[in-house]
Design a protein around this ligand. Sequence first.
Ligand code: Z57
Length: 823
Amino acid sequence: MPSKKSVAPTPALTAEQFKTSVVKHLRTTLGTYEEKASKQAWNKALAAAINEFVFEGVSRTRKTHANVGARAVHYLSLEFLMGRLMSNNLQNLGLYSVAEEALKSLGLEIADVLEEEPDMALGNGGLGRLAACFIDSMATLSIPAVGYGIHYEHGLFRQEFHKGRQVERPDQWREFGNPWEICRPESAQVIKLYGYVETVYEQGKLSKVWHPGRTIRAIPWDIPVVGYGGQNVNVLRLWESRADKFFDWDVFNSGGYVDAYSESVEAETISKVLYPNDETDAGKELRLIQQYFFSAASIADVMRRYKAANGEDLANFAKLNAMQLNDTHPAIAIPELMRVLVDEENFAWDEAWAMTRETFSYTNHTLLPEALEKWSLKLIEKVLPRHMEIILEINSRFLTQEVETMWPGNNDIKRKLSIVEEGAEQMIRMGNLSVIGSHTVNGVAQIHSDLVKKDLFPEFDALWPNKFVNVTNGITPRRWMKACNPRLSALIEQHIDTDWPRYLEKLTGLKPLADDQAFQDSFMAVKHENKVDFVKEIKTLTGVDVSADAIFDVQIKRLHEYKRQHLNLLHIMALYRRVLIDPNYDMHPRVFIFGAKAAPGYKIAKEIIFAINKVAEKINNDRRINDKIKVVFLPNYRVSLAEKLIPAADVSEQISLAGKEASGTGNMKLALNGAITIGTMDGANIEIAEEAGSDNVVIFGMEVDDVVALKNKGYHPADYYRSNEELKAVLDWLEGDFFTPGEPGLLAEVKRNLVESDPFMVLPDFESYCEAHQKIDALYRDKKAWAKAAILNTASLAKFNSDRSIQDYAQNIWHVKGVEAKS
Ligand code: Z57
């Protein structure tokens, strides 16, 4: 037997003591008592009891980090998709079973109390969830780090289905307060906007003075981020916008109360709502202001902290501060730091520029042109007149010095690399600005990083051969295994050290058990129990009855054409048709499970949701197919629902068109929990196949080279439509009223889109995808082979621990080390 090492401390706290604390908080913090308290009150009392440890940790960590003067990381992101914090904090503090026992003695199930917490959905999808996993890992690795973002009043919309169509409802995560956050008014900042720039000559020196048209206050809310083991607790600092002066007293005194108030409404609009677009540039003025608002507040905050610790001399500023740009969304921070250094701190341009480049690094998350941010030059000039000047200065120095030296007289290259895109309207390319202003640029999986160099920024790569690197994404195994899959965690802990959530390589210790009949049985028994739990969830959410003996085939991610949920749909329709043609069609029963939100303005994405819902309704109510196929589209997919579904998944759908999914992270979560991937050679699927072994994933479809070749040859979807009988039949099926009785043509747009344009090449991959599903079916029926493959997935996924990603960033990009806080 190996030793059972554990990282999570055994707290010097009994369940009895913890119970006393919860009850004390119920009475004194919540103002109620045991006989009367609602579940919600218990939830808050529990949070307050936990916070006694959390906030101690915040202070302890802050003191430690202030004392050592190590380089610190500032992770700038417009999105942090945190989900719920209670179970995670309990797990990371090592208090989960103590809390469970304490609540039991009060007559409460911990699961019911945890359900009362709303998700903190301050993000759209992968990019936002990655930021959340990364701050968990930075805290766990004791890296001095702060996450900076926006304290949105409304996070991502709540999704409902009305007659199969998506309807968006406002998210109200803070309606009843948030026990995890602390307001820090003493660290508020004032942010300038609009106005004009004055050029001033003083003692022979030219300088610029920005006279803002208005100012906004930025108020920080701190959310503790508890590292695993509970020693180190970092913070996520989220900025809320407020009117600079709540009332204009003169207007107020002359009877204009409402006018005085209206200015504050406008200011507070900035942090009102998260933009719900994933991978599309909204291009709206308010969005630019959001980006600037939080970037400027964060830089001012970093400055203030630097000066408090080091005095007014900024010589070591860049040595002590790294800033990571999570996509180009905070790229305006680059000219903002230049403005602060040059205009406010009187640095010479070259020195300021060297410091800026030493500070920033940039993560690219996509190659999709529609996601690459561009702002109209006119708009930036209006909102941030001084920044527009600085951007143009950065650009002109870059083009006339660096580009001219490398490619003398080459105007084509200058046109390509310029921050300014010329055309009917001049546009500012935020990607170019980010590359030019950063010391390092990374992609998020190996293939994506290669394509960033080869296709997106080839000339920049030629100019700076060492600037572009890869850091493959990861997920935190604390939330995505230990907390969400307690049965599997308990099973593996019978065989490996209990510190696996910190040292995920220890999962390789399960490999020798992949062939062991007893372990296979236990592993699949865990999966089955998780499925039985989820069957109830499906019934509650959709009213559909499904069997836990069916294959649970899961596609959960934002709805986007490139992710090809409609490819999944076409295959489901083909299966359905086969069973209608041949009632004895041989297949293991399957439940197809979808979860996805569409951006509210993304028409075809919403049509695809509608089509899946209508096909689902028809199939689920068709007695002829004898329950062989069920289709459920779970409404309001979000982090807390993912935590319930992923442990119950058998099959993981990762079917993007090759070259389009930068990495994917759901693919990692599902494989870690023992689901078999059916996927294309795209993003991190490639690395998952490499780690798990190609026998233990099912790969299909065109690869990047095939996609390029087909595009060059000329892609005509109608050719594929005509030449595959089954494909033609299912596409035609969308046209009549079979799935929308009495209302023909409601799904026709989905067919038209595929046959007439098919921008993500669904049709050419259809046949190969169907064959891949036959392999899944055959493998599942070989119970031993399936169990072995599932176990090998779990045992092989250590690479995708976000701790490993963060170690890569720390070593290769930030040049920082962990600093352990001492109790
Ligand atoms: C987003 O969630 C991602 C990329 C974007 O450009 C935007 Br905007 C939002 C996703 C990628 O699509 C995923 O492939 C990737 O795993 C994730 O970012 C995290 O890197």
